[in-house]
Design a protein around this ligand. Structure first.
Ligand code: PT1
Length: 284
């Protein structure tokens, strides 16, 4: 499938999170009817996100937040594929699938996805080849360790250099496999094997990550770093999520991956108005 217009990053883009996991920390299993996903409920949720201004919908069937357990391939397929099918049939939003499994990548591509968002940066066997064969766009994320244990004592000598170097290596591997440069997005992976100080360094020095020359995705929405900084519970993290989003845009991020779509739409539109229409009003 051809690239989607929302995957042009001359403007910053809003990626809305849709977790199709029964243990999700935002959806809390609301999209489930017993053990199966409730497609009507998901459809309603998706239509809401699009109406609120999502450019890209990111569908995840595996929880990757700290401490999360692995999921079977079949389970992941059962969660993700019906949502991709529905979006592809009923909307023209850009469809992203948050997965590390080559089988899910291929199936998602076949059903009309535009972007593969892989927190493991195509490191699983066959993932690199799967994405290369589809010509989809890919987001390569940095993670230290694995979700189950990644917050047990994360350690870096220089977090920004190590994250940038890792992303650079994954970019090189992708290019070698035939994935073209205009189909690559990078992400420093906020909260993935990082202390608060690591996360703050990465945000402060986000321009360093941007210097790799690829669009940068920032995912900080409602994350524990806000709890650590401000003592806020999950449901109290919207103002800080917006503030962090604006700081990320100022430092060059091109995609914000968020839960709160309407509010984030406002800050992206503000950012674009201030930066792109700066000469619109001529003072006397
Ligand atoms: C992310 C991301 C993601 N985050 C990309 N994909 C999650 N590209 C899932 C916490 O500290 O940032 N970028 N897919 C969700 N994972 C986490 C990690 C959720 C940490 C919460 C935390 O609270």
């Amino acid at each position: 499938m051809a690239n989607h217009p929302a995957l042009d990053f001359s403007l910053p883009r809003l990626m809305a999170i849709v977790n199709v996991t029964p243990d999700s920390f935002s959806d809390g299993g609301l999209l489930y009817k017993g053990n199966a996903i409730d497609v009507d409920k998901v459809a309603q949720r998706l239509q809401g996100l699009i109406a609120e201004g999502a450019d890209i919908i990111d569908i995840g069937g595996e929880s990757t937040r700290p401490g999360a357990a692995a999921v079977s391939l079949q389970e992941e397929l059962d969660r993700v594929v019906p949502v991709v099918e529905w979006l592809s049939r009923e909307t023209d939003v850009a469809i992203s699938v948050d997965t590390s499994s080559p089988e899910v990548m291929l199936e998602a591509a076949d059903k009309g996805a535009h972007l593969i968002n892989d927190v493991r940066a195509l490191s699983r066997d066959g993932a690199l080849q799967a994405v290369a064969s589809t010509e989809l766009t890919v987001c390569l994320m940095h993670m230290q360790g694995m979700p189950a244990t990644m917050q047990n004592n994360p350690h870096y000598l220089h977090v920004v250099n190590e994250v940038s170097q890792y992303l650079q290596e994954r970019i090189a591997v992708c290019l070698e496999e035939g994935i073209t440069a205009n189909k690559i997005i990078v992400d420093p992976g906020f909260g993935f094997g990082k202390t608060l100080e690591h996360n703050l360094s990465l945000l402060r020095q986000l321009p360093e990550v941007c210097r790799l020359g690829f669009p940068v995705l920032a995912g900080m929405s409602r994350k524990a770093m806000i709890g650590h900084l401000l003592g806020r519970e999950l449901h109290e993290r919207l103002p800080a999520s917006l503030g962090l989003g604006m700081l990320a845009l100022e430092r060059g991020a091109k995609i914000l991956r968020v839960h709160d779509v309407a509010a984030t739409r406002d800050i992206i539109d503000l950012f674009v108005a201030i930066n792109n229409n700066s000469n619109a009003i001529i003072c006397e």
